[in-house]
Design a protein around this ligand. Structure first.
Ligand code: ARG
Length: 609
C-alpha cells in the first residue's frame, strides 16, 4: 500500500500543478501544530519567491483546488501562507480497512528484493558472552528482521572470533592441566578422541585462567606485598607462558593436526553453548561462520593487492593506503600483513568479504559492532572497494553502537566489579520481573516464571533498542522493567490489554462478524487511526536509517494513543453493534501492528501479565 504521506503529497502536487505552480512545492509534513491540523504544507512560502506572489495567495489558490477533492475534511490557508490539513475520516477508515485486509498490514512487496549480509553477534569462541556482545546481537537481530519484514533477502552471520590468540592460550593451559592428553604427545600416531577433553564449564574456566597467567601484573603483586624475588620469578613464568601461547596459535594457524583437533573440540563445545545463549535472547543466525573460514582466501587476496600495486611494505609490514581526497583527517593505512606474518583482524574481514562475494554476491553489507571499531571498518571497506573485491555500487555500512553503562555512568559491571556475563544479566532481569508479577499474585508461580522470561526479554531488548544505537545508555533495571513509561513491559501490557478486550468481546458475541472500521467518532480515535496508518512509513524509514529506536518510539506513541482512546471509550458496553464492531476492528488492527513491530524488534507478548 502507498504511504499516507505519499498520498497526501500526490494530492498536493496535482493541486499545485493545476494552479500553475511547479509540483516540487507540494511537500507534506506532519503538523507541528497538532491542535490546528494533522498535516501541513509549507510550499507556498517557497513558491512565493519563485513566482513573486504573496504566499497566502498561492496557498489560497491551492486550497481552493484541494477542496474540490475528498481527501481532506479541513484544508485552510493561514498566514503567512501555510496550508493546514486534516484528513477526511472516511479516507482514513478506508485506509485502515485496506491495511486490515492485507496480510502484510500495508507493507509494499519488493519488486527487486535485495540480498543483504548482516554481520552481527561477533562472539569470541571460548570466551563467555558478556554484555558488550549483547548490543550487537540485539541490534543486529532487529535490523535483520526489519529487512526481512520488508521483503529483502537478509542473511545473518555471527562472524565468530575463532582464530585468535585465545586458542593458543587455551591449548597451553590445557597442556598444563592435562599433559597426558595425546594432543601433547608428539609421538602419538593414532586417531584423536571424538570426545572433547573438557566440558563447557571447564572451558569457561580455562580461558580466563590462561589469559591471567599470560598477563602477570607486577604492580598489583607489589601492592599486595609480594617479594621482588617472587615477582621476578612470576614475571618470567608469565612471559614464558605467553610465548608458548603465541607459538601454539601460530602452529594452529599453520594447520598442525593435534592443535586442529583441539580447536575442533573448542569450536563444538563453545558453539553449542553460544547457540543456547543466543537462543535465550531470541537471536538466531543463518550462518555460523567465523574468522577461521576466511583464512584460506588470504594468501590470494594479499597477492592480488600486491599485483594491483595497492599493497606495499612499510616497516616490515604490508599495508594499503586508504586515504581519500575528501577526508578531513588523515586515516592510517590498513595493515594487511604483520612483520611476523600473523593473521590480522582486517585481513580476516577482507577474506570474509571474498567468501561472501563468492557465495552470495550481496547487494549490501551491514556490520554491527562497537563504535570503537569504526576505523577498522572504514579501512576494510575502502580496501575492499579499491581492490574491486566489491563493486562501487555495493553498499557497505557500519552501524557502531555505544556502551552499556551502569548507573554510575561507567561500563556495566557486576556488583563486585567483574565483567557481567550475559546469562547472569538475563537471570537478574527475569528475577526482578518475576518479583513484580508476584506482587499481584494473580497467576500461578509457574506461569509467573514463564511470563517473567517473556517480559524480561522485552524489558532488556526495548531498554537497549529504544536508544539511538550510537549513544551510550544506562542499564537501569528498575526503569526497564516498569509497566509504565517508555518501556518494553508497557508495550506488552498494552497488547495484553487489547487481547483481553478481544477475548471478552468474543465471549459476549460468540461470533466474529465483519469488523468494518468506521470513520473516527472522537479525536482520540482519530489520533489512534492516524498513528496506525503510519506503520509502513515507520518501518521503511527505520530500516533505511538502521534505526530500531524509531520503531520503539512509534509503538510507544501508538500504545499511548490506544490507551487514551480506550480510556474515553466504553467498547464492551456499546449498544450500537456496528460501532462496537468497528472499534473491535480498530483495536484488532492496533494489536496486529504492535505485534508486528515487537516481532521485528525481536521479542513477543505473553497471553496475560
Ligand atoms: N569478534 C569481534 C569482537 O568481539 C566482533 C566482530 C565484528 N564483526 C566483524 N566482521 N569484524 O570485537
Amino acid at each position: 500500500m502507498k504511504k499516507i504521506l505519499g498520498m497526501i503529497e500526490a494530492e498536493l502536487k496535482s493541486a499545485f500543478t493545476a494552479c500553475g505552480y511547479e509540483e516540487k512545492f507540494g511537500k507534506a509534513v506532519l503538523s507541528n501544530r497538532p491542535d490546528l491540523c494533522e498535516y501541513q504544507c509549507n510550499g507556498a512560502m517557497a513558491a512565493a519567491k519563485a513566482y513573486k506572489k504573496k504566499p497566502i495567495d498561492i496557498a489560497g489558490d491551492v486550497v481552493a483546488k484541494l477542496r474540490e477533492g475528498h481527501m481532506f475534511s479541513l484544508c485552510d490557508a493561514v498566514m503567512p501562507g501555510f496550508i493546514n490539513l486534516k484528513l477526511d475520516g472516511g479516507f482514513v477508515a478506508e485506509y485502515l480497512n485496506q491495511m486490515a485486509a492485507d496480510q502484510r498490514l500495508g507493507l509494499e512487496t519488493q519488486e527487486k528484493p535485495l540480498t543483504i549480509i548482516v554481520d552481527y553477534g561477533g562472539a569470541n569462541v571460548a570466551k563467555p558472552l558478556h554484555v558488550g556482545h549483547l548490543r550487537s546481537a540485539v541490534i543486529g537481530e532487529s535490523i535483520k528482521r526489519m529487512g526481512r519484514a520488508l521483503g529483502h533477502n537478509m542473511i545473518g552471520d555471527v562472524h565468530l572470533g575463532d582464530w585468535g590468540l585465545q586458542m593458543g592460550l587455551i591449548i597451553e593451559e590445557l597442556r598444563d592441566r592435562k599433559p597426558e592428553l595425546p594432543y601433547f604427545d608428539e609421538s602419538f600416531t593414532g586417531a584423536y578422541p571424538k570426545e572433547a577433553p573438557f566440558t563447557i564449564s571447564e572451558l569457561e574456566d580455562i580461558y580466563p585462567t590462561a589469559s591471567k597467567k599470560a598477563k602477570f601484573k607486577a604492580d598489583e603483586a607489589r601492592e599486595q606485598g609480594m617479594s621482588e624475588e617472587e615477582i621476578a620469578a612470576k614475571e618470567a613464568a608469565s612471559k614464558a607462558f605467553a610465548e608458548r601461547a603465541h607459538l601454539a596459535t601460530r602452529k594452529l594457524q599453520e594447520g598442525y593436526p593435534p592443535y586442529t583437533a583441539i580447536w575442533n573440540h573448542i569450536m563444538n563445545v563453545s558453539k553449542a553453548d553460544l547457540k543456547k545463549n543466543y537462543g535465550n535472547l531470541s537471536v538466531s543466525f543463518d550462518l555460523w561462520k567465523g574468522e577461521s573460514d576466511a583464512q584460506k582466501y588470504i594468501p590470494d587476496l594479499i597477492q592480488n593487492l600486491i599485483d594491483q600495486g595497492l599493497a606495499y611494505e612499510s616497516q616490515g609490514a604490508l599495508v594499503v593506503d586508504i586515504g581519500e581526497p575528501a577526508d578531513t583527517k588523515e586515516l592510517p593505512p590498513c595493515i594487511v600483513r604483520k612483520s611476523d606474518g600473523a593473521a590480522l583482524y582486517a585481513t580476516s574481514d577482507l577474506g570474509t568479504i571474498i567468501e561472501r562475494e563468492k557465495d552470495f554476491h550481496p547487494d549490501a553489507y551491514i556490520y554491527i559492532a562497537d563504535k570503537r571499531q569504526e576505523l577498522h571498518f572504514t579501512q576494510v571497506f575502502r580496501v575492499a572497494k579499491k581492490a574491486g573485491f566489491v563493486a562501487p555500487d555495493q553498499s557497505m555500512s557500519f552501524l557502531g553502537f555505544g556502551t552499556m553503562n551502569g548507573k554510575d555512568g561507567k561500563p556495566f559491571k557486576t556488583r563486585d566489579g567483574g565483567v557481567m556475563r550475559l546469562e547472569h544479566l538475563i537471570a537478574d532481569i527475569d528475577e526482578a520481573v518475576y518479583q513484580r508479577i508476584m506482587e499481584n499474585r494473580t497467576v500461578s508461580e509457574e506461569e509467573a516464571k514463564e511470563t517473567a522470561k517473556t517480559v524480561g526479554l522485552a524489558a532488556l531488548k526495548y531498554g537497549d533498542l529504544s536508544n539511538q544505537a550510537a549513544k551510550d545508555y544506562i542499564f537501569d533495571i528498575d526503569r526497564f522493567i516498569s509497566f509504565e513509561g517508555n518501556t518494553g513491559p508497557y508495550i506488552l501490557y498494552t497488547i495484553v490489554r487489547i487481547k483481553s478486550i478481544l477475548s471478552k468481546y468474543r465471549d459476549q458475541q460468540g461470533s466474529t462478524e465483519s469488523l468494518a472500521i468506521l470513520p473516527a467518532a472522537s479525536e482520540a480515535e482519530k489520533d489512534l487511526m492516524l498513528e496506525i496508518a503510519k506503520y509502513n512509513d515507520v518501518l521503511e524509514t527505520a530500516f533505511a536509517e538502521k534505526a530500531p529506536h524509531k520503531i520503539c518510539q512509534y509503538i510507544y506513541d501508538l500504545s499511548n494513543d490506544f490507551n487514551r482512546f480506550y480510556h474515553d471509550t466504553k467498547i464492551l458496553s456499546e449498544e450500537d453493534k456496528k460501532q462496537q464492531a468497528s472499534w473491535i476492528g480498530l483495536i484488532t488492527l492496533a494489536k496486529d501492528v504492535l505485534s508486528a513491530c515487537i516481532q521485528v524488534l525481536g521479542f513477543e507478548a505473553p497471553e496475560r501479565m
